[in-house]
Design a protein around this ligand. Structure first.
Ligand code: SF4
Length: 355
């Protein structure tokens, strides 16, 4: 069973390199390497929709330092967006220039039809012909599929006409089939869980989390991402179907989830705005880590009943009295009469109130 490596912090470039080093990712390389970020729209990554450029630069530096010569960045934004405009907005032009690595707009690429469990799918050649496709999704909410991460990010490897057809087929089956079709290429996934949006693929309500995680199985990565978002695997219809189609495994055991550091190394939360600010009105926060706070925000979003609780969270509560009727979030609040274990607990653990 493959492992998932987690790291917390705000130096996203160094964190990415450390994840690649610790997981010995170089052993996965056989020939060319293409990075596939999420550039769904033209927006800066701090808005919660697109992959941070520091993850790209960390990957490029790691592979160059380890002797990889044939490197590229590939992506096709969604049908309504201009990929080249989006790549500049996200700061990728500077990164590609610094490392002398080409960026290819997949909207202009040649395509081939590939047989899949639901029939033929047209996929861009640069994604099909690469030795290792490094998938760099953003973990975030999605208005149709509930969440989006590794499997759905592969949709950027399609020409626009095929993206439209996927929507006409209802997304679930084609996304699962695409995961199976690109299984041999997509053997490394690094998830941008820095500030993914609460509920919308295009961003606007980022939830600061400051976590990046790495794995080698897109189905396992999506299953793990569900728990972080407070979801059950069954809430995201394409995950189990992708497993059935042979794209990977949903199962993972706690001993295969590794942590390279503690969340308290991450900077403290930034002031939330919009929907997120509305969710945390009754939360008593004192020096909470961003990852802990993000779990709570996502739990409050999915389970509004939690809003009636008096909630306490943060390192500042370690040595302070929490009122008897308060609910503590995370190990820092273990002096509360009821507290949810974890450092940080996942959104799912908070929703289930495993006190
Ligand atoms: S339990 Fe405390 S140290 Fe751990 S993530 Fe939460 S606030 Fe940070």
């Amino acid at each position: 069973m493959s492992k998932i490596f987690n790291i917390y912090g705000t130096d996203y470039h160094s964190m990415t390199k450390k994840l690649l080093d610790e997981s010995n990712a170089i052993k996965l390389v056989n020939g060319s390497v293409a990075l596939k970020p999420n550039l769904v729209v033209s927006g800066t990554p701090d808005n919660g929709a697109t992959t941070h450029s520091e993850i790209l630069s960390g990957c490029l530096e790691y592979f160059i330092d380890n002797g990889v010569k044939d490197l590229s960045v590939i992506e096709g934004s969604w049908v309504a967006a201009d990929t080249m405009k989006a790549m500049k907005r996200a700061g990728y032009d500077k990164v590609c220039e610094k490392y002398n690595v080409p960026f290819y707009d997949l909207k202009r690429d040649k395509t081939r039809s590939v047989e899949t469990p639901i029939g033929k799918i047209e996929i861009c050649c640069k994604a099909l012909d690469v030795g290792l496709l490094v998938n760099l999704p953003v973990l975030k909410g999605h208005c149709q599929t509930v969440m989006t991460c590794a499997l759905k990010n592969l949709k950027g490897c399609l020409p626009d006409r095929e993206k439209r057809r996927f929507h006409s087929l209802g997304l679930t089956k084609p996304i699962a089939a695409l995961g199976a079709a690109l299984k041999n290429q997509n053997r490394l996934i690094i998830v941008d869980n820095i500030c993914g949006d609460l509920d919308f693929e295009e961003g606007g309500n980022p939830v600061q989390t400051d976590r990046i995680f790495l794995g080698t199985d897109p189905v396992m990565i999506d299953s793990y991402g569900c728990g972080l978002m407070g979801l059950e695997i069954d809430d995201v219809k394409y995950i189990k179907l992708a497993e059935k189609f042979g794209a990977g495994e949903t199962k993972f055991s706690p001993e295969n989830i590794l942590y390279l550091n503690e969340p308290e190394n991450a900077k403290k939360i930034t002031r939330p705005s919009g929907t997120v600010a509305g969710l945390i009105k009754n939360v008593h926060e004192d020096s909470a880590c961003s990852a802990c706070y993000a779990s709570l925000v996502r739990a409050l979003y999915l389970n509004p009943e939690l809003k009636s609780e008096k909630i306490y969270i943060g390192q500042g509560w370690r040595n302070k009295k929490i009122p008897d009727d308060g609910l503590g979030i995370g190990n820092c609040c273990k002096n509360a009469s009821r507290f949810i274990k974890g450092c940080p607990p996942s959104a799912k653990e908070i929703i289930n109130k495993n006190v």
